[in-house]
Write a protein that binds this ligand. Structure first.
Ligand code: ADP
Ligand code: MG
Length: 226
């Protein structure tokens, strides 16, 4: 609808503006953080810890906004999707192990290639699996599956059995700064949506409260695969 279109346009203008501001904030922020750390090292001050933790929070928001600011040039390369997923899983496993969460993978085929910007696609997987870890209860399980659809697309399905999302909240996902977490930025899914769209793919989220969440990413199969 017209209204939805306007809303999307508004978000993109606001997004660019926010990203520009983030860029300007980064350098002074790095300086402030550095000097605050020095003050903390020189004398024990109870306020310094609070300042550092708040500075870390600003840093997180700024770095998320900067990801959104990156120009959308497409340097797609043929990549092995399963290997990419394995890399991300070993990266996030330390975080998962702390909550005793198991991350399992099921790849329907060994060679699944997609044309992508590997770092961008990794960013998508990191954001989604991190959300899954954060939503999981202790001893939870996260499953990552890949399989072909119709021989010309690839499905990446990430399932968790965590807290889930109420139905009326589902439309809010991917809106900038929508977060239910104390330390969340509410930018992760917005970044995912943007990147997946740039890869000519789709992303769908279904969920049941206290049962868990399923994120489905569909990407075109590599044009160069055999
Ligand atoms: P953030 O993680 O910083 O809060 P995101 O954009 O990554 O921002 O996610 C937005 C919100 O969507 C989260 O705060 C959470 O409420 C909800 N969400 C996303 N993924 C999941 C999930 N796997 N399970 C439950 N809720 C989720
Ligand atoms: Mg997140």
């Amino acid at each position: 609808t017209e209204e939805k279109l306007q809303q999307t346009e508004k978000l993109s203008v606001v997004g660019h503006l926010a990203a520009g501001i983030a860029h300007e904030i980064r350098n002074p922020l790095t300086a402030i953080k550095g000097f605050t750390q020095l003050i903390g090292e020189e004398n024990n001050n109870q306020y310094v810890d609070v300042m550092l933790s708040e500075l870390n929070r600003i840093e997180k928001i700024v770095s998320d906004l900067l990801i959104l600011a990156k120009p959308e040039i497409k340097h797609f390369e043929r990549s092995n999707l399963n290997k990419l997923i394995d890399d991300i899983v070993s990266l996030l496993n330390t975080q998962a192990i702390m909550k005793n969460i198991e991350i399992a993978t099921i790849f329907s085929e060994e060679n699944m290639t997609v044309d992508c910007e590997p770092d961008k696609l990794k960013q998508v997987l990191i954001n989604i699996i991190k959300n899954a870890i954060e939503a999981s209860f202790k001893d939870g399980k996260i499953l990552i599956e890949t399989k072909w659809i119709n021989g010309n697309k690839v499905l990446i399905k990430i399932t968790d059995n965590g807290i889930g999302i109420p139905n009326d909240r589902l439309p809010k996902l991917g809106e900038p700064f929508y977060s239910t977490k104390e330390k969340g930025t509410g930018l992760g899914l917005m970044i995912c949506k943007r990147i997946v769209k740039n890869h000519n793919g789709t992303i769908k989220i279904t969920s049941k409260v206290n049962k868990g969440t399923v994120v489905k990413i569909i990407l075109p199969k590599s044009q160069h695969s055999n």
